[in-house]
Design a protein around this ligand. Structure first.
Ligand code: GTP
Ligand code: MG
Length: 194
């Protein structure tokens, strides 16, 4: 897709702040510091649109970015920061789970995991929850530049098995690996609509 415009629209802290213009939305989900904001910036080929940080838990609201005046990327707060190994809701906030359960405009949820590690319990819970709610999803394993080809192949297989996912895209915000594959899935989701 050719990106002709990207614009930060707002940070939504409550449901009343969600946009009402019925444009489709692509959500980016994953634990704190996994690379959600970096993925957004690198998919769009921009620097610093979504704020990235070495400090986990930086993104605390739903951050809306309008792309080509046509659809939104939504950067969600990371989970797992509070280190409370209970239900996603308890540790991750009512706002994000509300959004995922209710939002009609949501056409694709991109779940990001770290390619170096086995998916966490919360990764697994989120994945099962999305499948249970029949939300179209895509699993992306990022930071693949930090692994050798051999390690990556092994880890990708482990992630696929643990999450029972048919497709897991290996990604790197540093090299751009996986970019075309993700855009293909986004295009299909946008065409399918809601
Ligand atoms: P929160 O908003 O705090 O939940 O974090 P986030 O998931 O948005 O992560 P963010 O994009 O801020 O990235 C966290 C750190 O990981 C930053 O230091 C990034 O530079 C680094 N990072 C993200 N993606 C990659 C990648 O593909 N490769 C490498 N080497 N580093 C990455
Ligand atoms: Mg972030």
């Amino acid at each position: 897709m050719k990106i002709s415009s990207t614009e930060f629209i707002k940070s939504a802290f409550t449901q009343e702040h969600w946009p009402r213009d019925a444009r489709p939305e692509i959500a980016f989900l994953g634990r704190s510091n996994v690379g959600k904001s970096s993925l957004i910036n690198s998919l769009l080929g921009v620097r610093g649109l979504a704020r990235t940080s070495r400090t986990p838990g930086r993104t605390q609201s739903l951050n809306y970015f309008l792309i080509n005046n046509r659809f939104y990327f939504v950067d969600l707060p990371g989970y797992g920061f509070a280190r409370v190994p209970k239900a996603i809701k308890a540790s991750w906030g009512e706002m994000a789970s509300d959004y995922l359960a209710k939002r009609r405009e949501l056409v694709l949820s991109i779940q990001i995991v770290d390619s170096r590690h086995e998916p966490t319990t919360q990764d697994l819970q989120l994945n099962e929850w999305l499948q249970h709610h029949e939300r179209p999803g895509l699993v992306v394993a990022t930071k693949s530049d930090k692994l050798s080809n051999n390690e990556l192949r092994k880890n990708m297989e482990r992630i696929r098995k643990t999450l029972h996912a048919e497709t897991v895209v290996a990604y790197s915000a540093v090299t751009g690996r996986g970019r075309d594959e993700i855009w293909q899935v986004i295009n299909v989701a946008l065409d399918a609509g809601f």
